[in-house]
Design a protein around this ligand. Structure first.
Ligand SMILES: C=CC1=C(C)c2cc3[nH]c(cc4nc(cc5[nH]c(cc1n2)c(C)c5CCC(=O)O)C(CCC(=O)O)=C4C)c(C)c3C=C
Ligand SMILES: [Fe+2]
Ligand SMILES: [Fe+2]
Length: 360
C-alpha cells in the first residue's frame, strides 16, 4: 500500500490511538465465533502450545461457546452496538475535544485489538491525516501481557509494513496514576451519594492464569496496587473492602480469590448490601454488565446476601475523562501539539471546539 507523501512546509501532526480489547460485530453466534476465534488464537491470551490448544479451541470451544456468549451479549447490547465500543468511541471523541481546549492539536482515534475497528486500519488513518508522531494509549489501567503487550504486537505488525514509520510513544498502563485513583474515588463517592453506602466495597478485576504471575507478569501486583491506593483514598478500614478476580476461563489455576467464591462466601455469611466496582475495566462491557451486575448480583442474593449494587466503570464520565486527559497530556510532553504551530490545525481545533460547545 502506498503511504502519505512527504510534503515540504506541512506541519507534522500528532495522533493518539486509544486501544481496548474488542467485541463481536453483533450479539449473534456467527459474529461471536469470529470474535472468539481471533481473540483466543492470540498466543498472548492462551499460552498453551498450539498443537495442544488448536483441537480444544476448534473442536470444543468454538462449537459450544459462541451461542452461550451471544445470548449474554444480547442481554447488554445497546442500539449503537457493544457497550465497550460505544464507551470507547465516546472517550476518544471527548479526549480530542478536551485536549483541544487545553491547546493541543491532536488527532484522536480509537481501535480494538480484536475485530473492528482494527489497530492497523486506525494507524493507517492517522498516518493518512499526516500524523508523524503517534501516542498508543492502552485503555487497560493495569499492565498485562494478554492485553497491553498484545496491543503492542499488533502495532509492531503494522510497523513492519511501514516505510516511513511514525515516532511512537506508548501508555502501557496507569495503575497508580493519581488522576485515575482520584477518578475511581469520585465515582465510588458519587455512587454512595446516589444509592447509599453498602457495608463492603468489593473490587473485582479480570482474572489471569496464576502461572503468569510466576512468569513475571506485573498484572497481579498492579491490581493490588490500584485496590490499595483506592481503599486508602476512600479511607476504608481493612474489613470494609475486598479484592477478587473474575471471568475464569479454562481448567488452569487462576489468580484468586475468585469473585464468584467471594460473593458466595459473603452471601452465606448473610451480609447486607455490598457495592462492587471493576477498576480494571476502563469501559463497561460484557464482563462487568453481565457477569457482575447481572450474574454476580444473582449469585450473591441466591447465597443469602441482601443486595449487590454495581458501580459503573469510569466510561466517559467527567472524572474518568479528566484522568484520561491528564495521562495523555503527561505522555504528549515535548511533542509539537501546540495548535499555534499549525494554522490548519488551529482552524480544525476551532471547528471542533465550536461543535463540542462548552460542555467538556
Ligand atoms: C484465556 C482466556 C482469557 C484471558 C487470559 C483474558 C484476559 C483478559 N481479558 C480482559 C478484558 C476483557 N475480556 C473480555 C471478554 C472475554 N475474555 C475472555 C477470555 C480471556 N480473557 C473471553 C472468552 C471473553 C469473551 C466473552 C466470553 O465468551 O466470555 C472483555 C469484554 C469484551 C466485550 O465485548 O464486552 C474484556 C474487556 C482483560 C483486562 C484481561 C487480562 C487482564
Ligand atoms: Fe477477558
Ligand atoms: Fe466473563
Amino acid at each position: 500500500m502506498s503511504e502519505p507523501r512527504f510534503e515540504h512546509g506541512r506541519a507534522p501532526r500528532v495522533g493518539v490511538l486509544l486501544c481496548n480489547l474488542g467485541s463481536p460485530d453483533a450479539p449473534e453466534p456467527g459474529a461471536v465465533r469470529r470474535y472468539l476465534a481471533e481473540f483466543l488464537s492470540d498466543p498472548r491470551v492462551v499460552e498453551i502450545p498450539r498443537l495442544l490448544w488448536w483441537p480444544i479451541l476448534h473442536g470444543i470451544i468454538l462449537r459450544t461457546r459462541p451461542a452461550k456468549s451471544a445470548a449474554k451479549y444480547a442481554s447488554i447490547w445497546t442500539p449503537d452496538g457493544s457497550p465497550l465500543k460505544v464507551h470507547t468511541a465516546a472517550q476518544a471523541k471527548i479526549l480530542q475535544g478536551m485536549l483541544g481546549q487545553r491547546g493541543h492539536s491532536v488527532q484522536v482515534r480509537w481501535a480494538m485489538r480484536y475485530q473492528q475497528p482494527a489497530i492497523a486500519t486506525e494507524l493507517d488513518a492517522l498516518r493518512a491525516a499526516g500524523c508523524e508522531r503517534i501516542l498508543v494509549f492502552n485503555a487497560y489501567p493495569q499492565y498485562c501481557a494478554a492485553t497491553s503487550a498484545s496491543v503492542m504486537d499488533a502495532v509492531g505488525q503494522w510497523l513492519q509494513r511501514q516505510r516511513w514509520q511514525p515516532e511512537l510513544r506508548v501508555i502501557h498502563s496507569y495503575p497508580d496514576h493519581p488522576s485515575y485513583i482520584e477518578a475511581l474515588a469520585q465515582s465510588v463517592q458519587q455512587h454512595w451519594q446516589r444509592e447509599g453506602r453498602g457495608e463492603l466495597l468489593l473490587m473485582s478485576f479480570h482474572g489471569m492464569p496464576e502461572r503468569t504471575l510466576h512468569l513475571g507478569d506485573p498484572y497481579h501486583c498492579h491490581c493490588h496496587k490500584t485496590a490499595r491506593l483506592l481503599a486508602h483514598k476512600l479511607k476504608l478500614q481493612p474489613d470494609e473492602w475486598r479484592i477478587a478476580f473474575q471471568s475464569r476461563f479454562g481448567r488452569a489455576k487462576w489468580l484468586g480469590p475468585s469473585t464468584e467464591t467471594v460473593l458466595k462466601e459473603l452471601g452465606a455469611a448473610k451480609r447486607g448490601r455490598i457495592d462492587v466496582l471493576c477498576p480494571g475495566f476502563a469501559a463497561d462491557c460484557l464482563e462487568t454488565l453481565e457477569e457482575i451486575a447481572i450474574e454476580g448480583a444473582h449469585t450473591y442474593t441466591q447465597a443469602g446476601g441482601a443486595a449487590l449494587r454495581y458501580i459503573p466503570c469510569l466510561n466517559a464520565s467527567a472524572p474518568g475523562m479528566a484522568a484520561l486527559v491528564a495521562i495523555a497530556e503527561q505522555h504528549l510532553q515535548g511533542w509539537p501539539t501546540q495548535a499555534a504551530a499549525d494554522p490548519q490545525a488551529l482552524r480544525d481545533q476551532r471547528d471542533r471546539a465550536q461543535k463540542l460547545g462548552a460542555t467538556h
